[in-house]
Write a new protein. Structure first.
Ligand code: SF4
Length: 285
């Protein structure tokens, strides 16, 4: 089983001091140790954005993909080698702007993987622009007079898209976030965790203090995460009080469960020596 020290890499972080990404990194490493996995059993994928560097800072199999395509890459890895624990990391622009279509369809496909979204409500890597989750009125380089559009609600969208594990954490509470990531990975199906991740350099609105004054934990309020209607109601709570924790969870067949010809088999391990594709290629000419 992996120990915390085995997950470190020699690569020096260039995230800004105080960035919420550090809380997520701490929670992820703690979750991998708690889950008792070996390094070789885990594959992580990231997209484009500050979050994407996380593949450099966790010593497991890693793939730094392109903008908005974390889910397709992670899906491919999982379908070809279902024995791997696959975790995708995306930013809010990465997933909720460029990668939005993948998000909704991943929910209903229920691939057995985990998605963690570093939701800092801005584009940090490109020095501060507005994203799909930026609040109305948010001032940035792309909206100098304030964003005029309403923010997207990813939690509500995940629930109505038939997501089977929908949760939200806060990078300022890594211990609680770790417990959510552990539950998401253990969930047999698509485990989704949106994380409030303060960007201390370019988002002066949604700060650690802003979140600390508002977030409360659903499990401490007796929320029943098996009730989809209640989960949906909770997903619309915003303002003075903002819930974090598991909104919704249900057990359902995974995508691979519905494909009997490859279920229980690892495509990566099927023998290919005697496969002759010449006939198929002939039909394509
Ligand atoms: Fe973090 Fe923002 Fe700095 Fe990027 S720009 S490393 S999100 S604080």
């Amino acid at each position: 089983m992996v120990a915390l020290k085995d997950l470190s890499t020699p690569i020096k972080s260039n995230w800004c001091p105080g960035c919420g990404n550090y809380g997520i990194l701490t929670a992820v490493k703690g979750a991998l140790v708690e889950l008792g996995l070996e390094r070789e059993q885990v594959a992580i994928v990231s997209g484009i954005g500050c979050h994407g560097k996380i593949v450099n800072y966790v010593n497991v199999n890693g793939f730094h993909g392109i903008h908005g395509r974390v889910i397709p890459t992670a899906t491919g890895i999982k379908l070809v080698n279902p024995e791997l624990t696959v975790i995708g990391f995306a930013g809010d622009a990465d997933q909720y702007d460029e990668g939005w279509d993948h998000f909704c369809h991943a929910m209903r496909r229920n691939i057995d993987m985990t998605l963690i979204v570093h939701d800092n409500q801005t584009l940090g890597l490109t020095t501060g622009q507005t994203t799909a989750t930026s609040l109305q009125g948010f001032i940035s380089k792309s909206t100098p007079f304030g964003s005029v559009t309403s923010p997207l609600n990813p939690i509500a969208n995940a629930i109505v898209s038939n997501g089977t594990f929908v949760a939200r954490g806060f990078a300022g509470d890594p211990r609680h976030l770790q417990s959510l990531i552990v539950e998401a990975v253990r969930h047999r199906g698509f485990g989704y965790v949106d994380v409030f991740q303060p960007c201390v350099s370019f988002n002066y609105l949604n700060t650690y203090q802003w979140f600390r004054e508002r977030v409360y934990k659903l499990d401490e309020q007796g929320h029943d995460y098996t009730d989809r209607q209640k989960a949906l109601e909770k997903s619309f709570e915003w303002g003075e009080r903002i819930p974090i924790g598991i909104f919704y969870k249900e057990e359902k067949l995974t995508y691979l469960d519905t494909l009997p010809h490859i279920k229980g088999k690892s495509l990566a391990k099927l023998p290919i020596e005697n496969v002759d594709i010449a006939t198929i290629i002939e039909t394509m000419k």
